[in-house]
Design a protein around this ligand. Structure first.
Ligand SMILES: [Zn+2]
Ligand SMILES: [Zn+2]
Length: 184
């Protein structure tokens, strides 16, 4: 059976990524593992922005796809961007196979607030499911409670759940539903 592979990027905490697996498996219904190697993101660093270009990371990740890969989700701790935006929480290839997210702006500490690990973990899971939803050809959803709602601020991530709404679930292409659990 094909796997959802989580790829640590840079010096992201490996324990954090291992902790995400059970929740992602439960929501998507696909087996998930953490790849043993890391991707060094320095090639995607742009000095003028002091940020990492997420599209370049996605392109590099593609060379690591194997026959075992269902989807590959890169998890970074560095600040990501695409040229038209000041930052992105993550980016995905529509219809797969690669997606990437960053923990950088999901921590309360980034906003000068006290650490809240529980909230941080919820944000990581929602962002992971959201980006993987794009790899399953889902676009942004108007329902603010749906995991596919667009979020340009963490407050919006906190408002939504980690599940797909009825219409997003219905929009999943039949071939994509393989391995997708009922609780989506
Ligand atoms: Zn999105
Ligand atoms: Zn939806």
């Amino acid at each position: 059976m094909k796997l959802l592979q989580l790829l640590p990027i840079g010096n992201v905490d490996a324990g954090l990524i291992v902790d995400m697996c059970p929740a992602i498996e439960a929501i998507l219904g696909v087996p998930c593992n953490v790849l043993p190697d890391r991707l060094d993101p320095e090639f995607a660093f742009h000095r003028e922005r002091q940020q990492y270009h997420s599209s370049e990371i996605l392109k590099r990740m593609q060379s690591r796809i194997t026959a075992d890969t269902w989807r590959m989700l890169g998890i970074a701790a560095v600040d990501l961007y695409v040229p038209i935006l000041t930052f992105v929480f993550g980016e995905a290839q529509m219809s797969g196979p690669c997606a990437v997210l960053s923990s950088h702006r999901l921590r309360q500490e980034f906003y000068g607030l006290p650490c809240d690990l529980e909230l941080f973990r919820h944000r990581m899971i929602k962002e992971a499911i959201h980006e993987l939803g794009h790899t399953l050809n889902l676009r942004h959803c108007d329902d603010y409670r749906c995991v596919m709602a667009s979020s340009h601020a963490v407050e919006r991530i906190d408002l939504k759940g980690s599940a797909l709404c009825e219409s997003c679930r219905a929009a999943l292409m039949p071939s994509m539903k393989v391995g997708v659990a009922q609780n989506w």
